[in-house]
Design a protein around this ligand. Structure first.
Ligand code: FES
Length: 687
């Protein structure tokens, strides 16, 4: 950046000030705005190398008195609209006042605004609670080249002349041309009279190749997919690689569920069945192709418009997508085929996108801590903050990260699918009609609830009307967490996790079911609807899941040498819907001021999106995984100890004083000698 005060240019040279960057400096009269921008380090885009073809270099001059900048810009501070700009305006239309930076030349002091669409490194502001913006600097970029005509006296091939054009016009060299693109290049130069637009992909320094060719100046659809490939669901964002705009987002169930609900059952399936791993590989690749087809159709695009895909996933999903044997991941030492980031052709893994579409796979942290955790770390950047931050990405397998500027630790913990509503008697996935919020009156012990798709509480007179189409169908993950926590606060559930009887609790809603009790939340049987209860089995499933989550977090705290954390971030698609208070009453997370418990939405998906749009972020996460200390829960003896202590609600030994100061936690005991059978039971496989 130049500054007028340090500028050694002749004082009579015009002073150019670019906004919003504020970069300023003197340039010789007659310098094009694009050249001035380059000279002053201003971020002004150009695909055509200044030939007046691409219109990416637009600027908005502002004339008049700029006392803030100490200059007056006269109307003649830029050269007049030239023929190239006139033609562009006629054919494509230029917004009033706009100029093409490669055509307009500076002749006097002037202030030039670079609109967002003309900035190479545009910023995408994330809608969710955000710790960072995404600067758009993708690996795939378009270049319009004018290639020298073939010359009999200086024989060189089409590609060699194109290479020279890329070198001289864009300073790009060492570019590879895949064989399959040689014929299209030949045709493009013929059709385009020696002009062409190339999509060039730079995976990393020294690995640059052409991935698309079009005749003349072209603005092809250049899209990318950011994929969070989870054990239960596959979520993807279809994103414009030039603007960063998300055109479509969607998810599908991971079809591998039919081979096993959790990760370890899929590894077992691979062990027990010849060709089982290959079947799961085919299933997930087919699902990816189907999801890509669905998202592109929704956006009015074609799958061949997808030039790049970024995957984040846990180690088992990683191996199954890539066609690698997942069996070594089932037992110590949990050896990965590779933990490094990977650059592949989409066709290497049977993805039917653009013919030379590229794939980037985020690095894995360890045998049980995957690229999904790496993506969460990329998105949440715990290594950049002072407060000791615990990030839990709640899913079938929880990814847990603890750290601050001094150190970052990570582990994964096998919570199982209970938090997603599976293994719960009235459980269901989050969908309209599912109970997602629950409150229980501590005096009357009467519940009220909300279902997805309706903002009213069930006690509202309009509730039945507004839920007439969906009905009340079941209880989803956030609903069961609230229900169990509310039961604990209302004295219906003791610290050991036992539901009291009607006599013990004073409400007929606590009904006997065999030797245990269940709490009736909703009885729709009179209208043919469901009876929704929280059973003793449900409580046990939630206890197992939350104990695994807490024990993982506690292990990291041990390793860090702390008994407290200063911030908790709940991540994961489901994490966004968890009420911090209820999560803490349940003892899913350690005691921490409630105002410091926040939700980050799908942080792994955001990490994928960041890596899709910004190549520097790929290098960042590749470096980050090397400084994250992995803690392996499966072989750590203290995990079992922490798991057992975490079985109580909220916890057997941790005081949770902060929580007790703000919520009632009555201490009834409903253990009439029957024992609860859950203490000391690990009972959960990884998955
Ligand atoms: S740089 Fe392409 S039109 Fe100006």
């Amino acid at each position: 950046m130049s500054d007028a005060s340090q500028d050694t240019s002749p004082a009579q040279d015009p002073l150019v000030i670019f906004t919003p960057s504020g970069k300023r400096g003197r340039v010789p009269s007659g310098t094009s705005v694009l050249a001035a921008a380059r000279q002053l380090g201003v971020d002004l885009d150009s695909v055509c190398g200044g030939r007046g073809v691409c219109s990416k270099c637009q600027v908005q001059p502002s004339f008049g008195d700029h006392s803030k900048h100490g200059i007056t810009a006269n109307a003649d501070a830029l050269t007049e609209f030239n023929a190239v700009e006139e033609r562009y305006d006629r054919v494509r239309g230029l917004k009033t006042g706009r100029r093409l930076g490669c055509q307009a030349c500076v002749t006097g002091d002037v202030v030039l605004d670079v609109p967002p669409e003309s900035q190479v490194h545009k910023q995408v502001v994330r809608k969710a609670a955000t710790t960072r913006h995404i600067e758009i600097d993708p690996a795939t970029r378009l270049y319009y080249v004018e290639v020298a005509e073939a010359d009999m006296h200086d024989p060189s091939g089409d590609w060699e002349r194109t290479e020279i054009a890329l070198k001289t016009q864009f300073d790009l060299d060492g570019i590879a041309l895949p064989f399959a693109l040689l014929a299209p290049l030949q045709k493009a130069l013929l059709d385009g009279k020696n002009t062409a637009t190339l999509a060039v992909h730079t995976a990393r320094a020294g690995a640059t190749k052409v991935v698309g060719v079009w005749p003349k100046f072209a603005e092809p659809n250049l899209y990318g997919l950011a994929v969070d490939l989870g054990s239960t669901t596959i979520a993807a964002h279809l994103t414009n690689l030039v603007t960063g705009e998300v055109k479509a987002s969607g998810g599908v169930m991971n079809p591998q569920i039919r081979f096993g609900e959790d990760l370890m059952s899929r590894v077992s399936y691979a062990m027990m069945n010849e060709g089982g791993a290959a079947d799961m590989t085919v299933a997930v690749r087919d699902a990816m192709n189907a999801l890509a087809a669905e998202l592109t159709a929704e956006a009015g695009l074609a799958v061949t418009d997808i030039f790049e895909t970024v995957f984040v996933m846990n180690p088992v999903m990683h191996h199954l997508l890539l066609g690698l044997d997942p069996i070594p991941l089932g037992q110590a030492p949990f050896a990965l085929a590779t933990s490094s980031a990977m650059d592949l052709e989409a066709s290497d893994i049977d993805l039917n996108f653009a013919p030379h579409a590229q794939v980037y796979i985020l690095p894995l942290i360890a045998g049980h801590v995957g690229a999904d955790a790496a993506a969460v770390a990329l998105s949440e950047a715990p290594q950049t903050v002072d407060p000791l931050t615990l990030i839990v990405d709640v899913g079938t397998n929880a990814e847990i990260i603890l750290g601050n500027k001094t150190r970052v630790l990570a582990c994964s913990s096998p919570t199982g699918p209970a938090f997603e509503g599976a293994q719960i008697s009235s459980g269901q996935r989050a969908a309209p009609g599912a109970i997602e919020r629950v409150e229980i009156d501590p005096v009357t012990k009467e519940p009220r609830f909300k279902v997805i798709g309706c903002d009213l509480w069930s006690t509202d007179s309009e509730f039945a009307v507004q839920t007439a189409t969906t009905g009340v169908s079941g209880i989803c993950g956030s609903g069961i967490i609230e229900a169990v926590a509310e039961m604990r606060m209302a004295g219906l559930l003791d610290a050991g996790g036992l539901i009291g009887s009607a006599e013990q609790t004073g409400t007929p809603r606590c009904r006997p079911t065999g030797r245990t009790h269940a709490y009736l939340v909703f009885d729709g049987s009179a209208d043919g609807g469901p009876v929704i209860e929280v059973t003793q089995g449900d409580i046990r499933a939630i206890q197992l899941a939350k104990s695994a989550l807490y024990a993982g977090a506690r292990l990291l705290m041990d390793e860090f040498g702390t008994d407290t954390v200063e911030r908790v971030v709940l991540a994961g698609a489901f994490g966004a819907h968890i009420s911090p208070k209820h999560a803490m009453v349940l003892g899913m997370i350690p005691d921490c001021p409630l105002e410091d418990v926040t939700s980050a939405g799908n942080a792994a998906g955001t990490g994928a999106q960041i890596a899709l749009l910004n190549v520097a972020a790929r290098r960042e996460v590749e470096a980050l995984v090397h400084v994250i200390t992995k803690v392996e829960t499966a072989i750590e003896p203290r995990f079992q100890e922490h798991f057992v202590a975490a079985n109580a609600i909220p916890h057997a030994t941790a005081p949770f004083d902060g929580l007790r100061a703000i919520v009632p936690l009555p201490e009834p005991s409903f253990n009439a000698g029957g024992g609860d059978g859950a203490r000391g039971r690990r009972g959960r496989r990884r998955g």
